[in-house]
Ligand binder design. Structure first.
Ligand code: FE2
Ligand code: FE2
Length: 217
């Protein structure tokens, strides 16, 4: 009789999310678990490596933006986790709807449309919607779900103020700018009008500089 396999401390991202809470190391465990699940069956035109790097960078930058805004420690960690998970819906679509997602990516490139707009046309939902739905099923806090759902459209947030949705939105844009990651073509743009509404437009330059510094160190 063979020895029983050693059980990991966390047997699923769900358990990680529900039982462990939001600190940096635990966020990392969650992220690694999610990416490894999709390793084998991703569609060919989709780079898991690029998404993994982009997610990590976005998490770090969202955290940096929140630090620059002098947010509470809990909000800063929520920004990090939301940034790391913001595009998780792409994993779901690229692995569960491989051919269709390859067509979405091709169309977005050919027509220079944001990939989420093309997803909406093809599937009636974007990777932001799918990711938020998945995270809701896993029981993550609403603030994280909102940030993932609205990372392309932060102006749709229920309350007009700085939040993880705003931090992830900005971090996503900076991550594409700095790292040249190609997970969304064309790259996302800052919603400067909404940031102006929040009184944060004047902070964008500082956010960008702080994020650039964070990536260089
Ligand atoms: Fe996205
Ligand atoms: Fe992204």
């Amino acid at each position: 009789m063979s020895a029983p396999e050693a059980q990991p401390i966390l047997s699923s991202p769900t358990e990680a999310a529900i039982y462990l809470g939001l600190n940096t190391i635990r966020s990392l465990a969650l992220s690694v678990g999610i990416f490894s699940q999709y390793d084998q069956k991703i569609c060919k035109s989709f780079s898991l490596d690029a998404l993994s790097r982009h997610s990590w960078t976005t998490g770090l930058m969202a955290r940096r933006v929140a630090q620059t805004e002098r947010q509470a420690a809990k909000t800063i960690e929520q920004c990090f986790l939301a940034g790391m998970l913001h595009d998780v819906g792409q994993l779901v679509l690229a692995s569960e709807l491989q051919e269709e997602y390859a067509a979405v990516i091709a169309r977005a490139k050919t027509e220079n449309l944001p990939v989420w707009r093309v997803e909406e046309e093809f599937f009636g939902a974007t990777h932001a919607d799918v990711g938020a739905y998945l995270l809701a099923l896993w029981g993550l806090p609403n603030i994280i779900i909102e940030a993932v759902a609205l990372h392309h459209q932060p102006a749709r947030c229920a309350v007009a103020r700085f939040s993880p949705a705003v931090a992830v939105h900005a971090a996503d844009v900076f991550a594409h700018e700095f790292a040249g990651t190609n997970t969304e073509v064309p790259p996302p743009q800052l919603d400067a009008a909404y940031l102006t509404t929040l009184g944060l437009a004047g902070n964008i330059g500082t956010w960008r500089a702080d994020c650039r510094e964070a990536m260089e160190n």
